[in-house]
Structure formats: C-alpha cells, structure tokens
Design a protein around this ligand. Structure first.
Ligand code: PLP
Length: 382
C-alpha cells in the first residue's frame, strides 16, 4: 500500500485551467476581478452571506475583527484554550486580554455552561470555534445570550464552510464569521480566507479596514462619494485575497456539494468500520448523532490512554500519516501569559495529548479507509 497522506489539497484540472484563463487574459492579478465577484455572488446565493471580504487568510479575517472592535487594555475576549493561536494573537496584538474556557471531552468545544461561567463585566467578545468544521448545537442560544449582554460574537469557522446548525449555515450566527481557504481545508486557494460581516454597524468600517485603512474602494466605485482621491481614514492593513488565488478557488465554490458528498462517504465508512468496536480504546469525536449538515472536514478520535506518540509511530510504519491537531494555547510560550489563578481547564488538560486525526481528503479512497481501520484495529488488538 502506498503512503496514505493525512491531507491532499483539492486539485482538479478545471481549477488550473481557470488560473490559466486569467493569466492569458492579462487582466489584473491583484483584482478584484471576475473571480472575486463570482465567488461573492455564489456565497450570497448559497449561504445568504450578504457582506463579505475575501481575505488572504482566516487569520487576516480575525485580525480585521480585532481592529474593528478596538478593545481597551482590560477588556477580555473569551475563547477555548484548545484553539488555533492566531485566533488569540489577533486580539492580543491590539492590547486587550484573552480569557480561556474549558471544553467538553466529547466534541472538543466549550459547553454553553463553560462559556457562561467565564463571562464577566470585562467580557466584550466571545469567539466560538467550529472544531474541525462542526459547530456547537447551541449557536442560536449563544447568539441571543451575546445580544442580551451586548457582547460581540465571532464564529471562528475556519474549516466550517458548508456546515449547518438547524437550517442556518455556519457563519450566519455571529456578528462576524471567519473562514479559511488554506490548502488544508476542504476548498482552497493555497492561502485564503473569508470574513462575513453580519452586524450592520460594522459593514462600512470593514470596507475601510480591509482596504489598507483607506476609502479607495468608495472613491473608485461609488459615483456619489464626496471625495475624488482616497486617503487614510481607519487603521487597516492589506488583507485582500489576490485575484490570482481567487481564480483557483472560484470553480471550487461551485463544487462544494460534490466535495462534501465525497467526504461524507469516507466518513461513513470510517464509522461503519469502527461501529461497536473497542470503545475501551478510543472514542470517535463526532458520531453524527445530531441532525445538522456537516461538511465532513475531519475524522478525529480520542484515545483512552496517553500513548499517542506510539500510536502515530505505528501508523507511520504502516504508511499512514495521522495528525495531532493543535496544542492548547495555555501550554504555549506566549499563551500561558493569559492564565489566571481562576482558570480551570481540567478537560483540556486531560485530553490534549490523546487527540488524533486520521486521514481525510478528496483523494482518499474507500479502500484506503478500510486499510487504515484494519491497521488501527490490529494495533489495539495486539
Ligand atoms: C480554528 C482555526 N482558526 C484559524 C485558523 C487559521 O487559518 P489560516 O491559516 O487561514 O489563517 C485555523 C487554521 O487551521 C483554524 O483551524
């Protein structure tokens, strides 16, 4: 059996052809051009996202949020410690504090109670992470809770495009939602991201922050705008996704349903192979017991014992590359600075060394999934 990779970026001939089309047209590689406009149109039609910016990463989208909200020194942003570091650093670099909350051991996301227990007068923002593309099922209640407390809700939906909670897509609950088109995600532009601005109050500001803090877009596109020349009007930066990268991504947006369908078959095969088997050794993070649409971004297991290194080494010896996902922020060199005496992260501490993600991508085959499951079973049987 050849090496089974953990991830292979989505690549089809028609995506490369679309890049060639742009290059041959000699049109602007910076944009915005046909591809960026088309992606925005498709996202609006498919998910109802009305005000969006295609950014050069999910990190860039989160940094835009932090710049727009403009917090003070003692203001707090609440988020789980089991999380990607730039979700925290985007805020920390503007001078405010982050506060960590714990997660549920089963789905690796905070319960509503974990969140509420950590909210205080200083809490100005809550960032909820859609772990491996799967949102928590209380998103609607969280949205109402944040509204009632005048707290800004941000969905870190990095890998979650195409997932739903109830009948609403991930990305439509927060004041803002940030997605990634990094090549480790289901749909990709090498690097890339998307900021969805749902809170009307921030729409105009987001246009300015996005465009290097200038009103260039308004000067160029709005004939009624009162200025002829653009100038520096907000603190912003260069957050844009180039049209060149967008040309690779644009045809993928039309393929989202097909990509998800393919992954769902792999995911269901994993579940079928592991069904009722050796629950003493590991649990499956998302057994699909809820009824909402999932984009099948990742297949994650949580080992019962602390033997991850040995397990990963065994898989590698059998040509299977698995992955550990990210480390908890409170254990990192920079992240530990935001621990307080009251921070309780018992669940995070217990399971952080037991999480393993098995291969999941659009070039993986059912035969390979069967092989992976066979090898995993052999490991725990020996
Ligand atoms: C939860 C989460 N947030 C943010 C990011 C950052 O995404 P990007 O690489 O597009 O900046 C990632 C990347 O994997 C992520 O998993």
């Amino acid at each position: 059996m050849k090496k089974i990779l953990f991830n292979t970026p989505l690549q089809k001939k028609k995506y490369f052809d679309n890049v060639k089309k742009l290059l041959n047209s000699k049109k602007s590689l910076h944009g915005p051009g046909r591809n960026i406009f088309q992606i925005k149109k498709d996202l609006k039609k498919q998910y109802g996202f009305n005000h969006v910016h295609l950014t050069n990463s999910c990190t860039a989208a989160m940094e835009m949020c932090a710049l727009m909200i403009n917090l003070k020194k003692n203001d707090e942003v609440l988020m789980p410690s089991y999380n990607y570091n730039t979700t925290a650093s985007s805020f920390v670099r503007t001078g405010c504090k982050v506060r960590y909350c714990d997660i549920d051991k089963k789905n690796l996301m905070p319960t509503f109670d974990h969140i509420k227990r950590n909210v205080n007068k200083k809490t100005k923002v809550i960032v909820i992470i859609h772990m491996q593309g799967l949102p928590v099922d209380y998103l609607g209640d969280l949205q109402n809770y944040c509204k009632s407390k005048k707290i800004i809700l941000i969905e870190d939906a990095a890998p979650a495009l195409g997932s739903y909670v109830k009948n609403k897509p991930a990305g439509s609950y927060g004041d803002f939602a940030c997605f990634s088109f990094h090549e480790t995600k289901n749909y990709q532009s090498g690097m890339g991201g998307l900021l969805v601005v749902n809170n009307k109050k921030f729409k105009r500001k987001s246009d300015l922050v996005f465009d290097k803090g200038t009103d260039r877009t308004l000067v160029v596109s709005d004939p009624n705008y009162h200025k002829k020349y653009y100038s520096w009007v907000e603190i912003g930066s260069c957050f844009r996704l180039p049209e060149l990268n967008a040309s690779f991504l644009q045809p993928q947006i039309k393929d989202i349903d097909g990509v998800i369908k393919y992954r769902s078959n792999l995911y269901k095969r994993y579940l079928k192979n592991f069904n009722g088997w050796l629950t003493d050794e590991f649990t499956i993070c998302n057994k699909m017991t809820h009824k909402y649409k999932y984009n099948y971004h990742a297949f994650t297991i949580i080992l019962k014992r602390r033997e991850r290194e040995k397990f990963l080494k065994y898989l590698k010896k059998n040509n299977i590359i698995a992955f550990i996902s990210f480390e908890a922020l409170h254990l990192s060199k920079i992240g530990k600075n935001f621990l307080t005496k009251k921070t309780k992260l018992e669940n995070t501490d217990e399971i952080i060394k037991k999480i393993v993600r098995l291969p999941m991508h659009n070039q993986l085959t059912i035969k390979e999934v069967d092989f992976i499951c066979k090898k995993v079973k052999e490991y725990f049987n020996s």
